[in-house]
Write a protein of this length. Structure first.
Length: 282
């Protein structure tokens, strides 16, 4: 299993999709930090008001909001589409299947992809934080009073924790679509459509409630769309409440949405393993 993960990591390390969809985050943050430092040193920065300690800490971990956003998840799904569906397009599955159990090949791809994504976001986060610390030395705004290392570490750890499950769910869902469609384009397209459906779900639920008032709340709690939205909202401090009518709403505690999305992730993973195990890849 370790060998399979190592081989997958080596394969992804130099892939163009890795640079365009994963390593783009630390690269962009590095360039942003360099521009900020040069601006501070040349004295061309505007006289913006210094942020409070709470705002400074919140702004220091903004990169972890990318996996919670539609655009960030589009890139994650697109990368997963290349990782999983690319094997069909390149006709390389048959070269590696004789050496490993099929579930191990999938597990190696899941683990390598998720670790690579988390490492890229963590690197971007550290670069952004380093830039914020170096700016006062370059003539930029000072770190506000009240900012402590423990508060910064706690805020960054919480932001990273909120991003793990959306990344995991998006990768596993894209992997399932890749196994079902055997196409990078179809996988990416269906993943984007699913993410857009999550954004449209409150409007869809409100419209459907007028025709099926008993069924709509039950489906909302069963399907993953609302729970993704709810977890993203909880990352900001409060859950998502969807109004359905005068006396009806959709709402759930964070733990309920967490359990529901974990269940859907496990179900997608199990279905992926089952379908992949029955495919003829010769």
């Amino acid at each position: 299993m370790i060998d399979a993960m190592t081989a997958e990591a080596l394969k992804l390390r130099g892939h163009r999709a890795t640079w365009l969809m994963v390593l783009i985050y630390p690269i962009v943050f590095l360039l942003f930090v360099l521009v900020q430092l040069v601006t501070d040193m040349t004295g061309t920065a505007g006289g913006a008001q210094a942020p409070t300690a709470a705002l400074w800490i919140e702004q220091s971990h903004l990169v972890w909001g990318a996996p919670l956003s539609s655009g960030g998840r589009f890139l994650i799904a697109g990368f997963a589409a290349v990782v999983f569906a690319g094997e069909y397009g390149w006709n390389t599955w048959k070269l590696v299947i004789p050496a490993r159990a099929r579930w191990q090949l999938l597990a190696a791809k899941w683990i390598a992809t998720i670790i690579l994504l988390l490492a890229a976001f963590a690197a971007a986060d550290l670069l952004g934080l380093l830039g914020s610390v170096l700016r006062p030395l370059a003539g930029g705004p000072a770190i506000p009073a009240g900012v402590s290392l423990s508060d910064v570490a706690q805020a960054h750890a919480a932001a990273a924790a909120h991003a793990v499950l959306p990344i995991l769910y998006t990768v596993v869902l894209a992997g399932l679509l890749a196994v079902l469609t055997s196409s990078i384009l179809a996988t990416a397209g269906l993943s984007v459509a699913t993410i857009l459906l999550e954004q449209l779900f409150p409007s869809i639920a409100f419209f459907a409630y007028g025709y099926a008032p008993a069924l709509t709340p039950a489906l909302a709690q069963l399907l993953p769309f609302y729970h993704v939205t709810n977890l993203v909202a909880w990352a900001g401090g409060s859950g998502a409440t969807i109004p359905l009518g005068a006396n009806a709403t959709i709402a759930a505690p964070q733990i309920v949405s967490l359990a529901a999305l974990l269940g859907w992730t496990a179900a997608c993973g199990a279905l992926t393993i089952y379908r992949f195990g029955r495919q003829d890849l010769n």
